[in-house]
Design a protein around this ligand. Structure first.
Ligand code: UT7
Length: 335
């Protein structure tokens, strides 16, 4: 699916929030049959943030959303799109509660579920609302309490995933403006559904026949292979649709799943290491929050600057993936 906007969605604000509690590799080493060395060399992760009992996705989403609204210098939005695979409840969506708690009134609000590709799917959804004239301004949040899906005794998933939230405000504008989403591609392949899933708790398997079925089950090696392939192909398509060469890209902002995935992707695309954004060492894999948290951190640190050509990409369960391009605008950072 591709995106060719009659009026574009333009980035107008950004913010993020990570819960204060940090889980280090040393702590995991003490609890599980793993080592700091294995986790660092196989994933690039040294620590991750996690929610404590009593904190859920909506709290993270509100914190990030508040910062993005402040950054955009306006609280006026027509819609809240929340990309998450860890909603507060199975039903209803979490977005209306987030919108209310942000004091946004009776705006349209709904969740988008595409796991680690959630933010890119959310970008497509927000851009569609704007292109159709349904909304002038949209608050898009990627938020996850992903550790709530992780079996604390599973050394593989416990080492990878973390919690957090990132958000952007998008406004209607022109495709040639800085900040405008210039191209966006999305894809999926449901044949890989079983490679990353939580078997129980949905309509198919309502009862938990075994404790493990309520936790995330990951076939890491297979997912790794698909991630590099599909992010690579969608990056090539998104840059071509923007009228760019891959060598024009100033910053590759890829979903933070594994430092080795980002390396393989960057190498395959010919984007040199200095142009690859990364925070996986401190943040781990935060699913739908991963890309907007990274964008916000890079904007605050000055790694992302006005006029840079930015290529965003993500891949995850579903399987689902996507990529988008934009020229980075001036955005206020909010601590
Ligand atoms: O966000 C999108 C979705 N997620 C991803 O994209 C994740 C993609 N996959 C990956 O990042 C990697 O495949 C993993 C990090 C999940 C696993 O790394 P790997 O290098 O592919 O390891 P593996 O699954 O092939 O396992 C190799 C060995 C196994 O032991 P045996 O069977 O060879 O004895 C695992 O049991 O490493 C073992 N292992 C660990 N050892 C120490 C797995 N996790 C750990 C661990 N500590 N935390």
């Amino acid at each position: 699916m591709t995106y060719a906007p009659p009026r574009a969605a333009v980035l107008a604000g950004i913010g993020s929030w990570l819960p204060p509690d940090v889980l280090t590799n040393a702590q995991l080493e003490a609890e599980l049959d793993t080592s700091d060395e294995w986790i660092r060399t196989r994933t690039g992760i040294a620590s991750r943030h996690r929610v404590m009992p009593g904190t859920s996705t909506s709290e993270l989403a509100v914190e990030a959303g508040r910062r993005a609204l402040k950054s955009s210098q306006s609280d006026a939005v027509d819609a809240v799109v929340l990309a998450t695979s860890t909603p507060d409840e199975l039903c209803p969506a979490t977005a209306p509660d987030v919108a209310s708690r942000l004091g946004l009134g009776q705006v349209a609000a709904f969740d988008v579920s595409a796991v680690c590709a959630g933010f890119v799917y959310g970008l497509g959804t927000a851009a569609g609302l704007i292109a159709a004239g349904i909304a002038e301004r949209v608050l898009l949040i990627g938020a996850e309490a992903f550790t709530s899906l992780v079996d604390p005794g599973d050394r593989t998933t416990a080492a990878i995933f973390g919690d957090g939230a990132g958000a952007v405000v998008l406004r209607a504008g022109d495709v040639d403006e800085p900040g405008a989403i210039r191209s966006l591609v999305l894809g999926s392949d449901g044949r890989g559904n079983h490679l990353l899933h939580v078997p129980a708790g949905g309509a198919r398997q309502r009862e938990q026949t075994e404790t493990a079925s309520r936790f995330l089950q990951l076939q890491g090696r297979e997912i790794f292979r698909h991630a590099v392939r599909h992010m690579g192909a969608s990056c090539r398509e998104a840059t071509a649709r923007a009228g760019w060469e891959l060598s024009d890209v100033d910053r590759l902002v890829a979903h933070q799943a594994n430092a080795r995935i980002t390396k393989s992707l960057g190498d395959a695309l010919g984007v040199p290491p200095g142009k690859r954004a990364s925070n996986i060492e401190r943040v781990g894999n935060t699913a739908a929050a991963s890309v907007p948290v990274l964008l916000d951190e890079d904007n605050s640190s000055g790694a992302l600057t006005e006029g840079q050509r930015v290529l965003i990409t993500a891949f995850g369960g579903g399987l689902a993936w996507g990529a988008a391009t934009l020229v980075w605008p001036v955005l206020h950072s909010v601590a």
